[in-house]
Design a protein around this ligand. Structure first.
Ligand code: ADP
Ligand code: MG
Length: 671
């Protein structure tokens, strides 16, 4: 059971600089010593001078050179935090948290005091905070309360190459405020070399390059395409572990479920290896990882053991783990995709770009020569991968940013200063959807509903569901459901050896075929009745960690309800009222059963299937609403609730017409 690789090429080591500086080390604290070994350290003074001399600076440096952790500290040491905070954005929550933790440790302060972070539903900052790491989405929301970002002296838009939707919108907003706030410094930092484009956009801002150390990386490709990349990845991990010299392994997966599966299989297979083989320490990283476990990833590997890090794209450029010598790249990542014609958004597993593949490979050559095992063929790399990933703004639903921009008073969206414009159709679709949700009026102006919706840091469909719960007098239930939905698919767990028990426990919440939304509500309320018992979670195969997060999120949604002056009212027994409130937000996500047993989305017909994890997967109701559409092996809809078609006409008469919901002849009456 081996995976066959051919060694294809060696990526040249670039800019291999020797570490002369390190011989001059002064005796100082260990943290300071470590900081001085980073490539960026030799450029500290030059960088500070450039920041002093220019309002906007583009910074380019190899991943791991110290941009994210060091630059904000340098700015603090140079006195910039006397005039306001230094803010630094990250595209990913885990990166914001982990980097803030690291920097607070380097500065010897408590996390949340001088150094803090802010991510959706979690604010770990205080009055004292001088350096603030946050997701790009959070800074975008800060504009709503503070349109000039008056509390900041420096804003660093980090990982700019990722081109997330929020980062792209931030570009336009910060460029604009920089004009009337000459005291505000703006840093745009990126790990790749498309800096010219950033410079052009920011009125020819100068580019500051930080040469990195990079060692040669041997690239190996599989001889033939792999049918099952997860299995191939595991086989390759074990192959490296049993045949290659010491050095840690980094494997790129597409998401949490894959990572958990891989972890389970690896644990199982290494058990049989015997005592002659070194220990393999398995470290998963993904979005929901608790802080204690995050620290484990960065701990140095004990002598004689080997670490294997199972990561999502986050390890591509956002987080650097020292000691990686082998990279396994299956060649896929999870991507949002959006069809502006139909307005359908979905998550799918898609091939990565050449640029991503090279970033991934580069992760193995940071501290010495490395090896990268690509689980695809050289032919496929050459001929099938795109050069670059399309910026998110060109492949996503824009409803939430359009709503945010409208609340900032930016009405002329077609003339907003985009670095890359979104497709015109996508903008129109977003306006249309917000109109259908009642957030905008016919003139495209924000309505009262829209203003209330904009207060919630959620997708507009969810915010609308919450705002509509006022009318149906069930805001208490609806915010519990919204909180549970926002946790994602990690409420239930299902250990392999106890699959039957776990499934039975899960199905208990589905009694009466109430649908997944109500089932989530039942889970939440049952847990609450036990006074948030951990034991109860164990007994019911429910993840305590996810539940605690849901409770937290729910608390914040409750606060936001107060802010928009919606009373918290409970209506637990009127399931129809609750489902109608859900429909008020999610009516665009309706699907009806077809003769062939599949579902078809109503407004823009596409075939979909209920995900097997849904409580309704065996029930097959004629009409359903779904929370999300995920394309994996099939087009699956997840979190599904039964719907009465007349609700669509009642709740969204401007969106659905009678012909959309009429019963077509020929439908088997048995259904
Ligand atoms: P860049 O932003 O240029 O990619 P970073 O500032 O993120 O570089 O990383 C600099 C160094 O800090 C790396 O060696 C990395 O391993 C280390 N580092 C970053 N975050 C942590 C953390 N949470 N714990 C331990 N080390 C970390
Ligand atoms: Mg960084």
């Amino acid at each position: 059971d081996q995976t066959d690789f051919i060694k294809a090429s060696v990526m040249d080591g670039e800019n291999i600089i020797d570490d002369k500086k390190s011989t001059e080390r002064e005796k100082s604290t260990a943290a300071l010593e470590e900081r001085k070994t980073l490539p960026i350290y030799s450029y500290r003074d030059e960088l500070l001078k450039a920041v002093h001399d220019h309002q906007i600076l583009i910074i380019v440096g190899e991943t791991g050179s110290g941009k994210t952790t060091q630059i904000p500290q340098y700015l603090h040491e140079a006195g910039y935090t006397k005039r306001g905070k230094v803010g630094c954005t990250q595209p990913r929550r885990v990166a914001a948290m982990s980097v803030a933790a690291r920097v607070s440790q380097e500065m010897g302060v408590k996390l949340g005091h001088e150094v803090g972070y802010s991510i959706r539903f979690e604010d770990c900052t205080s009055e004292k905070t001088l350096i603030k790491y946050m997701t790009d989405g959070m800074l975008l929301r800060e504009f709503l309360g503070d349109p000039e970002l008056a509390s900041y002296s420096v804003v660093m838009v980090d990982e700019a190459h990722e081109r997330t939707l929020s980062t792209d919108i931030l570009f336009g907003l910060v460029k604009d405020i920089a004009r009337f706030r000459p005291d505000l410094k703006l840093l745009i930092s990126s790990a790749t070399l498309d800096a010219e484009k950033f410079s052009d956009y920011f009125d020819s801002a100068p580019i500051f390059k930080i040469p990195g150390r990079r060692y040669p990386v041997e690239i190996h490709y599989t001889k033939a395409p792999e049918a099952d990349y997860l299995d191939a990845a595991i086989v390759t991990v074990l192959q490296i572990h049993t045949t290659q010299p010491s050095g840690d392994i980094l494997v790129f997966f597409t998401g949490q479920e894959e990572i958990e599966t891989a972890e389970e299989i690896l644990k199982h297979r290494t058990r049989g290896l015997g005592t002659k083989i070194a220990d393999l320490i398995i470290c998963p990283i993904c979005a929901n990882l608790p802080t204690e476990l995050q620290a484990k990833i960065f701990e140095p590997t004990p002598e004689g053991a080997r670490k294997v890090v199972l990561a999502t794209n986050i390890a591509e450029t956002s987080l650097t783990i020292d000691g990686i010598k082998y990279v396994i790249d299956p060649g896929f990542c999870k991507m949002k995709s959006y069809n502006p014609r139909t307005g359908m958004e979905s998550l799918l597993v898609a091939p990565i770009s050449k640029a991503s593949a090279n970033q991934r490979a580069g992760r193995s050559g940071r501290t010495g020569p490395g090896k990268c095992f690509r689980l695809y063929t050289a032919y496929s790399y050459q001929n099938e991968l795109e050069d670059n990933t399309l910026p998110e703004i060109q492949r996503t639903n824009l409803a939430s940013v359009v709503l945010a921009l409208k609340s900032l008073g930016i009405h002329d969206l077609l003339n907003f200063d985009f670095m890359d414009r979104p497709p015109c159709e996508a903008l129109l679709k977003a306006l249309e959807l917000l109109f259908a949700l009642g957030a905008l009026n016919k003139l495209g102006e924000l309505t009262k509903v829209g203003r209330r919706m904009a207060e919630f840091p959620l997708d507009p469909l969810l915010s609308k569901m919450i705002v509509a719960s006022e009318k149906h007098k069930c805001s208490d239930e609806i915010i519990s459901i919204a909180a549970m939905l926002s946790i994602g698919n990690s409420i239930f767990y299902c250990p392999k050896e106890k699959r039957v028990h776990a499934n039975n426990a899960r199905m208990n919440f589905h009694t009466g075929n109430v649908g997944d939304h109500i089932a989530l509500l039942k889970v939440y309320n049952s847990w609450k009745e036990t006074n948030y018992s951990t034991q109860w979670c164990y007994e019911n195969y429910i993840q305590v960690r996810s539940m605690k997060r849901a409770r937290d999120v729910r608390g914040q949604l409750e606060g936001l309800l107060k802010r928009v002056e919606i009373e918290v009212t409970s209506n637990p027994n009127d399931l129809e009222a609750i489902k109608k409130a859900i429909t008020s937000g999610f009516f665009p996500h309706s699907a009806r059963l077809q003769k062939n047993g599949c579902y078809r989305t109503v407004k823009h017909p596409q075939s979909v299937h209920i995900h097997p994890s849904s409580g309704l997967a065996q029930v097959i109701p004629r009409w359903v609403l779904y929370h999300e559409l995920a394309l994996t092996t099939k087009e699956y809809i997840r979190q599904v609730t039964e719907l009465k078609p007349e609700w669509l006409l009642e709740i969204a008469p401007h969106y659905y017409q009678l012909k959309d919901v009429e019963d077509r002849s020929g439908f088997p009456t048995i259904l």
